[in-house]
Design a protein around this ligand. Structure first.
Ligand SMILES: *Cc1c(COP(=O)(O)O)cnc(C)c1O
Length: 352
C-alpha cells in the first residue's frame, strides 16, 4: 500500500446538516488492474482529486462500470465499525463477473478500505442517523472504440459523511407502480449493481416525480404482473401477519439489508416468505384489510416505510399512510446492531 496524504485538509461541513452524498473526504483508495502488467497493482491512498481519463476510456462509451454502497459508524463507545463489508465486496465481484470485469481479492479490498477509513476517522459523524457512506466502484479504463471487455480497470473507494436519509424524519413514501418502463429482465443485468441499470431507470423516476410520487415500484418485465423492487431498495410487505418479499430470481438486486432484515425477522419469530408477489395480491389484500405494512430495505435509508402505492390509477393506502409496527421495530433492530446498541448476534459488524 502506497500512501500519499493530502497537504491540506478540507474544511469539514456542519455535521448537523450533511444531507446525502454531498461532501467527500480528503482521500480515496485507488487500485489499478492491468492485464498486461500481471493484473492488480499495489493499492494506493491518495488525496481526493479529479480523475484524468482518456476521452476514449471505454467505460464512458460502453458502460463497463459497477459500484457498491455500505456504511461505517462511530459507536457510542467511540469505536469505528462497518456493516458486512465482505458481503458488499463479494457482491461486487459477482457484478464484475456479469460485466466481464476483473475479479479481485475480497480480503485485500476490505484491508484497503480499513486503512482508508482509519485515515479519514475524523470524517465519521457520530450522531444517531448519521454515518460515513462508503462508495466502492470499478470501471474499465482502457482507451479504445469497439465493443469488447476492457483489459484495464480502476477500482476506487470514496467516502461521504451522510446525515439521516430522511430530512423530515421517517416519513412514509408514496410509490407508483410502473406499467410502461421496465428495470430488469431474465438474463439481463438486474442482479448486478452496474451503472447502466440506474441510467435506464431515470426517466420513469422523473415522470413519477412530476406526478407527485417519490419513486416507482417496478414490475417484472415479462408479465408486468409481479412486484420486484424500488430504485435502490428491495421491497417487503406484511400481509396478514406474515412478511412477504419478492424472491431473488436473477432480476432483483441481492440486497444486504434485505438479507439482514430476513434474518433479524426470522430470529425474532416472524414468518418470512420469499416468493413471487403479484401486484393484484397486494390490491386484494389491501381490499380485505390484510395488507398491514410495506417497506423498502437498502443501505442508504436502511428501512423506508411506504404509505401508499398507486396502481392503475387507484391508491392502495397502507396502515392509514403511517409507518407500521414491524417496520419501526425492524428499523430499530437493524440500526441498533449497526451502531452497537444491540448485540451483534449474526457477526455482521467489523471493527476498523
Ligand atoms: C443497492 C440496491 C439495493 C439495496 O441493496 P443493499 O445491499 O441493501 O444496500 C436494492 N435494489 C437495488 C436496485 C440496488 O441498487
Amino acid at each position: 500500500m502506497k500512501i500519499k496524504l493530502a497537504e491540506q485538509r478540507k474544511q469539514k461541513p456542519d455535521f448537523s446538516k450533511l444531507g446525502f452524498g454531498k461532501y467527500f473526504t480528503d482521500h480515496l483508495l485507488v487500485w489499478e488492474y492491468d492485464a498486461d502488467k500481471g493484473g492488480w497493482q499495489e493499492q494506493r491512498i491518495e488525496p481526493y482529486d479529479d480523475f484524468k481519463l482518456d476521452p476514449a476510456c471505454c467505460s464512458l462509451h460502453y458502460g463497463q462500470g459497477i459500484f457498491e454502497g455500505l456504511k461505517a459508524y462511530k459507536t457510542e463507545d467511540g469505536k469505528v465499525t462497518m456493516f458486512r463489508p465482505r458481503d458488499n465486496f463479494e457482491r461486487m465481484n459477482r457484478s464484475a463477473e456479469r460485466l466481464c470485469m476483473a475479479q479481485f481479492d475480497v480480503e485485500e479490498a476490505v484491508n484497503g478500505l480499513v486503512q482508508l477509513i482509519k485515515i479519514e476517522e475524523e470524517w465519521i459523524p457520530a450522531a444517531e442517523g448519521t454515518s460515513l457512506y462508503i462508495r466502492p466502484f470499478m470501471f474499465g479504463t482502457e482507451p479504445f472504440l469497439g465493443v469488447h471487455p476492457s483489459r484495464r480497470f480502476l477500482f476506487t473507494v470514496i467516502l461521504s459523511p451522510v446525515g439521516s436519509y430522511y430530512s423530515g424524519g421517517l416519513e412514509p413514501t408514496r410509490l407508483i407502480v410502473e406499467e410502461h418502463y421496465t428495470r430488469a429482465s431474465q438474463g439481463g443485468t438486474g442482479e448486478a449493481k452496474c451503472m447502466g441499470n440506474y441510467a435506464a431507470s431515470l426517466l420513469a423516476g422523473e415522470e413519477a416525480k412530476k406526478k407527485g410520487y417519490d419513486q416507482v415500484l417496478w414490475l417484472d418485465a415479462e408479465y408486468k404482473k409481479y412486484v420486484t423492487e424500488v430504485g435502490s431498495m428491495n421491497m417487503m410487505f406484511v400481509i396478514d401477519g406474515k412478511v412477504v418479499t419478492p424472491m431473488l430470481d436473477g432480476t432483483i438486486l441481492r440486497g444486504i439489508t434485505r438479507d439482514s432484515a430476513i434474518k433479524v425477522l426470522k430470529s425474532a419469530g416472524y414468518e418470512v416468505e420469499e416468493r413471487k408477489v403479484e401486484i393484484e395480491e397486494l390490491v386484494s389484500a389491501a381490499r380485505d384489510g390484510l395488507l398491514e405494512e410495506a417497506f423498502g430495505t437498502g443501505t442508504a435509508a436502511v428501512i423506508s416505510p411506504v404509505g401508499a402505492i398507486t396502481y392503475k390509477g387507484s391508491d392502495i393506502i397502507i396502515n392509514g399512510g403511517k409507518m407500521g409496527k414491524i417496520t419501526s421495530w425492524l428499523y430499530d433492530r437493524i440500526t441498533g446492531i449497526q451502531r452497537g446498541r444491540y448485540e451483534d448476534e449474526f457477526g455482521w459488524v467489523k471493527e476498523v
